[in-house]
Design a protein around this ligand. Sequence first.
Ligand code: ADP
Ligand code: MG
Length: 231
Amino acid sequence: MNDKNEVLIQVQDLKKAFGKLEVLRGISTEIKKGEVVVVIGPSGSGKSTFLRSLNLLEVPTGGTVLFEGTDITDPKTDIDVHRQKIGMVFQHFHLFPHKTILENIMLAPVTLKKMSKEEAEKKAKELLQRVGLADKADAYPDQLSGGQKQRVGIARALTTTPDILLCDEATSALDPQTTEAILKLLKKINREMGVTILLITHQMQVVQMICNKVAVMEKGQVVEAGSVLDV
Ligand code: ADP
Ligand code: MG
């Protein structure tokens, strides 16, 4: 990618407290377009809170988050516009059990009236192809393995053609081989679609398998950040 030096998200002195509990204690970092960044740290260090602050699912109690130059912590900013550029992938997939795989992927864009049913179906089929599940369109979530469910989770997160995928422990429920396959898929999406990836994890092997930048979180702060060899 030739736009690697463009900043996608700039975080300045980000703070979040729940009552007296200070969960984020002044995080400053930036994520550039096209990067694959892993945030690693022990349970309870504030990783999920940090990730959720990037699209205001948690409202910070201090600091700013600039998304493509716009301060999304400014109450005047229309966060819904930015949320469409941010896809989310979760540890436990969050698929609707009584809907088919195709329906699960089409649901958000159709419900939010962002696409017609026909458009959403076309897009969902394209994305299923991309994540290697073209033959599972009419299956139900409980007919899929964990790795396949996460592929669906990734396809669903891509329906709005986001600039970034925020992945919260996306491989933590998976065995090592499946973890590797999912990380390869994320890397492919990064390379082929130019989607920036931010992955948070407590699993060291994720760092070794995927990222080109790593930040270590501890007790609500980034204690170390650096580049690692692109693998
Ligand atoms: P991690 O993802 O690194 O495990 P979290 O961001 O989930 O960490 O949580 C960090 C800390 O914030 C934990 O002590 C957790 O209990 C607390 N916390 C998270 N969300 C809330 C909330 N909504 N209300 C109160 N405390 C919370
Ligand atoms: Mg977490």
